[in-house]
Design a protein around this ligand. Structure first.
Ligand code: KG4
Ligand code: ZN
Length: 335
């Protein structure tokens, strides 16, 4: 039995989890900073870093308590490693989690594991489906990334395509801000779209039928241009038509990748994978094409530390602990 304390502070969620044997979540605590950043319409890096400093200790304490981690007579907790996201993300935010994890590892004489946030997102589905069959096509859609990945096993990834401009989540956030719907945009557009007509406006679907790369900045501009020309258009219709265009492109490409590569399953990952329409359409495609759908529950799609704990277990298995001088890297790549 091995227990990892995992920490995630790459953006605006302060999170800690205790994961056993790389698959059982004994505790997962997420403290969102959404209210702090909402009035600025987006994440303010300096504020995020400071909030992580304030929130991390209580969040870690709560996770240890919830997981019923016991302490030995020497004061050391019943843990086997301390892990933290080392990138990609906001440097001032990453540094808080990485420094705290290294300090705890050093004080408790435990190995430290630096985890790639994107690998964490890829690992999320394994918490609910430990027997996931490889190879898999994963559509990873978050606030900073949009990629199609061929996953041949833990640590074995092939990048099939990615966005050449905005990430899908970034498009949701920017369009929501323009429509005056607030921050974060994804969940609000998801909600508002229920009342709207997805066929009201035929927005462009860039690159939908070619290759595996994505482009969403033209779509964002098209929404802005449309609203300028049609100031009285119902916001719900615009939001629903925008969401329809994004999901159409994402699902069409993910389906094509899965069929081209002959994989058996299609997996969703990242914050945008919490989107209701994306989840529904992915399921439809999987049923129609005989693919196994792997759609993690919403709380595992958005940033959390449980997924970092799973990826840390993979890392420990594959290459052992990380050196204590491993630096946080805001631009860390998956491949
Ligand atoms: O993975 P994540 O929590 O953080 C990053 O690593 O970026 O993803 C956050 C992104 C944000 O852009 C947010 O608007 C989007 O995920 N998101 C959604 C939904 N929930 C979160 N986008 C569409 N529909 C949702 N329900
Ligand atoms: Zn993320």
């Amino acid at each position: 039995m091995s227990r990892i304390l995992a920490i995630e502070t790459s953006c605006d969620e302060t999170a800690a989890a205790v994961v056993e044997d790389g698959r059982r979540v004994l505790a997962s605590v997420v403290s969102s900073q959404v209210d702090l950043h909402a009035r600025y319409g987006g994440v303010v890096p300096e504020l995020a870093g400071r909030a992580h400093v304030e929130l991390l200790t209580p969040v870690v304490a709560e996770a240890l308590l919830e997981a019923r981690v016991e302490y030995g007579p020497d004061g050391r907790p019943g843990l086997d490693a301390v892990a933290a996201t080392i990138g990609p993300g906001l440097i001032g935010a990453l540094l808080v989690g990485v420094s705290a994890a290294k300090a705890m590892a050093l004080a408790w004489g435990l190995p430290f594991v630096g985890v790639n946030h994107l690998e964490g997102h890829l690992a999320a589905a394994f918490l609910e489906e430990p027997e996931l069959e490889f190879p898999l096509v994963v559509l990873m859609v978050s606030g900073g990334h949009t990629m199609l990945v061929l996953m041949e096993g833990p640590g074995r990834y092939r990048l099939l395509g990615q966005t050449i401009d905005d990430a899908a989540g970034e498009a949701f956030d920017k369009v929501a801000r323009y429509l005056g719907l607030g921050y974060p945009g994804g969940p609000v557009i998801d909600q508002v779209s229920i009342e709207g007509d997805p066929k009201a406006v035929e927005f462009p679907r860039a690159l939908r039928d070619e290759g595996y790369d994505f482009s969403f900045s033209g779509l964002k501009t098209a929404v802005i241009t449309y609203v300028r020309k049609n100031p009285d258009a119902p916001v719900a219709d615009v939001a629903a038509s925008f969401q329809e265009a994004v999901v159409d492109v994402l699902v069409t490409k993910a389906r094509r990748a899965a069929l081209d590569l002959g994989v058996k399953g299609l997996c969703l990952a990242g914050g945008v994978a919490a989107n209701s329409l994306l989840r529904e359409r992915t399921l439809d495609v999987c049923i129609a094409e005989g693919l196994r759908p792997f759609i993690p529950s919403r709380s595992l799609c958005t940033d959390n530390a449980a997924m970092i704990g799973v990826a840390a277990a993979w890392r420990l298995d594959a290459s052992g602990p990380s050196p204590l001088d491993l630096a946080a890297d805001p631009n860390l790549r998956l491949i």
